[in-house]
Design a protein. Structure first.
Length: 381
C-alpha cells in the first residue's frame, strides 16, 4: 500500500506492521472492527452474535456468527499474525454445531445479541424478527429460508495463512463447502494506522464463476417453479394494479411487468434512485428509495430533500416518513396506509389508493429530486 504525494507526483510505501508489535489483540481489536464493519468482507452480512458458546456439551466458542442475504449462517474465525494449524478443524466443528440450529434458535441468538447491545439512549431493544425480515428483504420472516441444511459458510481471517490451511480450504471447496480466506494487513504512517482486508481464497473472479455455476446447476435441477401461495397472491395483485396504473396519468410503470415480490420498482431517471410501490400484508406504501452504491451519495440527496421537507409535505398534503436508515446504505421517503392486504375484497380500494398517491407523490418529488441529482453532480465536481 502506498501513500500518494500529489505535490511531488510520487508514491511512497506505507510501513507494513505485525499486529503483535502494534499491541493489537484478536478479541479487543480485530474482532471488534469486523463486528462493526462486516462489509469489509465484500458483501452484506448481518452479525447476529459474537463469542458464541451456545453449543451443548462443549465450552468452545466461535468468534463471530453472521447471516448472509440468502439466510445462510456464516462462521467467522479471526486470527492475528498467523492462522495456526488447527483453524480449519476448529471452524468445521463450529459449522457442524451451527448446522443443527433451528430457525427459532437463530432468531433467539440474534435477539440476545440485540439485547446485549442495547444502549440506555435507545427507546427500547430492537426486535430480531423485524431486523431479520428487513435484512433478508421479506415482509414476513416465515417466507425466508434460514440456516438450510448444508448451507453453512466459513470465513477465515488472518495476516498469514499456512499452506496446510489453504490446501484444506481449497479441498473443501470442491465439495461445495463455502470457505473464504481473508488476509488482513496493518499499515502505519506516523501515528495513523490502516487495515487492508483482501480476499485471497477464492479470488473474487473465481468466486463469481463458482456462484454462477451453482445457480445454473440449481436451475437445471429444479423440477418445479410453482410459486408459494403468498407469491402467487402478489403476482395477481400486481397484475391488477398495473392494469389500473396503465390507464391512469402515471407512466412510471408502463414498461414494468408484474412480479412475485412485495414491491414494484420504477426508475426516476437517476441511477439507483427509484419510486417503489409496496404491497404488504398489513400496509400499502409509496416510497422514494435511494440505493446507490455510495452511502454518502444516498445521504446527500436524502438530506438535500429533507431540508425542503416543509414545502414538500405542504404540496403533497400529508406528512411523510423520512427514513434515513443510518445502519444501512439506503434512505427512503415514504407514505403508507394500514390495510388488510391479503383480503382480496380490499384490493380495488387499495389499488385506487396506490394509483392516486404515486401520481401525487411523483409530481411532488419530481423537481426536488431533480435538484438533488443536479446538486450531487456539482458536488462530485
Amino acid at each position: 500500500m502506498y501513500r500518494i504525494d500529489s505535490e511531488a507526483n510520487r508514491i511512497t510505501p506505507l510501513a507494513v506492521k505485525r499486529f503483535s508489535e502494534l499491541k493489537i489483540s484478536e478479541r479487543n481489536h480485530l474482532q471488534e472492527w469486523l463486528e462493526n464493519a462486516p462489509e469489509a468482507f465484500g458483501e452484506e452480512l448481518l452479525i447476529i452474535q459474537k463469542e458464541f458458546d451456545g453449543f451443548d456439551d462443549t465450552l468452545e466458542r466461535l468468534d463471530l456468527l453472521a447471516l448472509d442475504k440468502d439466510g445462510n449462517l456464516v462462521i467467522i474465525e479471526n486470527k492475528l499474525d498467523d492462522s495456526g494449524r488447527d483453524v480449519v478443524w476448529q471452524a468445521l466443528k463450529y459449522a457442524s454445531y451451527c448446522a443443527n440450529l433451528s430457525r427459532a434458535q437463530v432468531i433467539d441468538i440474534y435477539q440476545r445479541y440485540l439485547n446485549q447491545n442495547f444502549r440506555p439512549s435507545d427507546s427500547e431493544p430492537l426486535n430480531a424478527e423485524e431486523k431479520l425480515s428487513e435484512f433478508l428483504g421479506v415482509e414476513d420472516l416465515k417466507e425466508a429460508s434460514i440456516n438450510r441444511t448444508r448451507s453453512q459458510r466459513l470465513i477465515f481471517v488472518a495476516a498469514k495463512f499456512r499452506k496446510e490451511v489453504t490446501n484444506v480450504v481449497l479441498w473443501l471447496s470442491q465439495f461445495e463447502i463455502a470457505c473464504q480466506c481473508f488476509k488482513v494487513t496493518p499499515y502505519a504512517s506516523g501515528d495513523d494506522l490502516f487495515l487492508n482486508v483482501e480476499q485471497i481464497i477464492p479470488t473474487p473472479e473465481s468466486r463469481d464463476f463458482m456462484v454462477g455455476m451453482a445457480v445454473k446447476e440449481a436451475e437445471e435441477k429444479s423440477v418445479s417453479d410453482e410459486l408459494r401461495n403468498s407469491q402467487r397472491l402478489r403476482l395477481r395483485f400486481w397484475e391488477q394494479a398495473l392494469e389500473k396504473i396503465k390507464h391512469s396519468e402515471c407512466s412510471l410503470y408502463d414498461n414494468i411487468n408484474p412480479g412475485k415480490d412485495h414491491w414494484l420498482s420504477a426508475s426516476t431517471g437517476i441511477s439507483s434512485v427509484s419510486y417503489v410501490l409496496i404491497f404488504a400484508k398489513k400496509e400499502i406504501r409509496v416510497e422514494l428509495t435511494f440505493q446507490r452504491a455510495d452511502a454518502d451519495e444516498n445521504t446527500f440527496m436524502f438530506e438535500f430533500m429533507k431540508e425542503r421537507k416543509a414545502d414538500i409535505e405542504a404540496e403533497f398534503g400529508q406528512p411523510l416518513i423520512w427514513a434515513d436508515l443510518p445502519e444501512r446504505k439506503a434512505c427512503r421517503i415514504q407514505y403508507a396506509k394500514a390495510v388488510d392486504g391479503y383480503d382480496e375484497d380490499n384490493w380495488p380500494a387499495m389499488i385506487d389508493w396506490l394509483v392516486e398517491h404515486i401520481v401525487r407523490f411523483e409530481k411532488t418529488l419530481r423537481k426536488p429530486l431533480k435538484d438533488a441529482g443536479a446538486a450531487l453532480k456539482t458536488r462530485a465536481g
